[in-house]
Design a protein around this ligand. Structure first.
Ligand code: AOF
Ligand code: ZN
Length: 351
């Protein structure tokens, strides 16, 4: 039995829960019988419902998994939450070996699930495709360890790093297949976030179930496309006697350094159980969010605007020496039509 291949399958299954299981982790599970035949698969499908292991085990007859191997990307749980502990069910069904991708970072579970299994005589193999499993649940890890919302930035630029031409035109920098990919990326985040400047410049729709809008002086027109669907939360600094738009949640926000206080906003998002947010905005906002960013999706179209006044994707304070530049670790490169998508992570987090 190839543990790594099976773990890849778990990761694939787990991803089917994207958009449905937050704030829970993405978990997939496969089960082999004592002869090494694949007999079941399952994944955590919806928040509040059965975990991956339970879903996979309950598809089997009582004795079918005896002496078998269960492979799962996250340590099986040991606690009574929405459902009874997965570790108990694994033991009850007579599984001989459990193969795990990563320990759970939830302090209620961490290590306890494994201990329960070992105490019951189950063989446990840890850390199979550990890095891939951690990447799969990077949002959950940040939430559990730092108690903060995971922040990602998406930008789309020309080869020379511009997001718009001098006249402001920016809509069609990347091609159709990149834009399809953006929709998928969006759906893997709990919310998207943008600013009044972007709404006024581009009037985007940004289809999503939760949209966060930063509009300090409430200067956007509520009939703009973005307001037409989804739950809307507007962070602002205006005195609203009686908000006219009953479908919008207005959050009065303190000002810091002449801007809406980002830390306040991010704390509020976590309080609202928005575990991850994708920023889609202009260079100014991207620049001010760089130090909070956990991940960046950067589409690049092979075009050149060649104009120094074109707007840069990260309008950050000037750094005069290359040694002082903000540094990132390239994670992945993918091709979408005539464009590429770079995914990168900050190396040193300043905040
Ligand atoms: C697993 N398999 O598929 C998931 C696990 O609120 P509950 O009861 O669903 O419990 C959530 C916690 O259970 C979550 O924080 C994480 O520690 C674990 N999630 N564990 O073995 C799963 N979703
Ligand atoms: Zn569980």
């Amino acid at each position: 039995m190839n543990y790594e291949k099976s773990m890849k399958r778990c990761i694939k299954l787990a991803k089917r829960g994207l958009g449905w299981v937050s704030p829970n982790p993405l978990v997939g599970c496969v089960i082999y019988d004592k002869n090494g035949n694949l007999i079941s698969e399952g994944f955590h499908e919806k928040y509040g419902e059965s975990h991956a292991e339970r879903n996979a085990l309950l598809k089997l007859k009582q004795n079918e998994a005896i002496g078998g191997t269960l492979i799962v990307n996250l340590e099986p749980c040991s606690h009574y939450g929405h459902t009874p502990p997965c570790a108990d069910l694994i033991i009850e069904r007579g599984i001989k070996t459990v193969v795990i991708g990563m320990r759970d970072v939830n302090p209620i579970v961490s290590g306890n699930g494994i201990k329960k299994l070992i105490d019951a005589g189950v063989e446990v193999v840890e850390n199979v495709l550990n890095l891939e499993c951690e990447k799969l649940n990077e949002v959950f890890i940040k939430n559990m360890i730092e108690h903060k919302t995971f922040v990602a930035i998406k930008t789309a630029t020309t080869l020379d790093g511009k997001i718009a031409a001098k006249n402001g035109s920016s809509k069609w920098i990347t091609g159709e297949s990149s834009r399809e990919e953006v929709k998928k990326i969006r759906n893997s985040y709990d919310a998207i976030m943008t600013t009044s400047s972007t709404i006024i410049a581009d009037n985007p729709t940004m289809e999503h179930k939760i949209k966060i809008i930063l509009d300090r002086n409430l200067r956007t027109d509520f009939s703009s496309n973005i307001y037409k669907s989804g739950r809307i939360i507007v962070f602002h600094d205006e005195t609203l006697a009686s908000p006219k738009e009953l479908t919008i949640d207005f959050v009065k926000t303190p000002i810091k350094d002449e801007k809406l206080d980002i830390k306040f906003i991010l704390n509020k998002l976590y309080e609202l159980k928005i575990m991850s947010v994708l920023i889609e905005a202009g260079g100014h906002f991207n620049g001010s969010m760089l130090e909070y960013a956990d991940k960046i999706y950067h589409f690049i179209a092979p075009k050149i605007l060649g104009d120094n006044e074109g707007i840069s994707c990260f309008d950050y304070r000037a750094i005069s020496d290359i040694n002082d530049s903000l540094k990132f670790k390239l994670d992945d490169i993918e091709k979408y039509g005539n464009d590429i998508l770079l995914t990168y992570y900050p190396i040193v987090k300043k905040i």
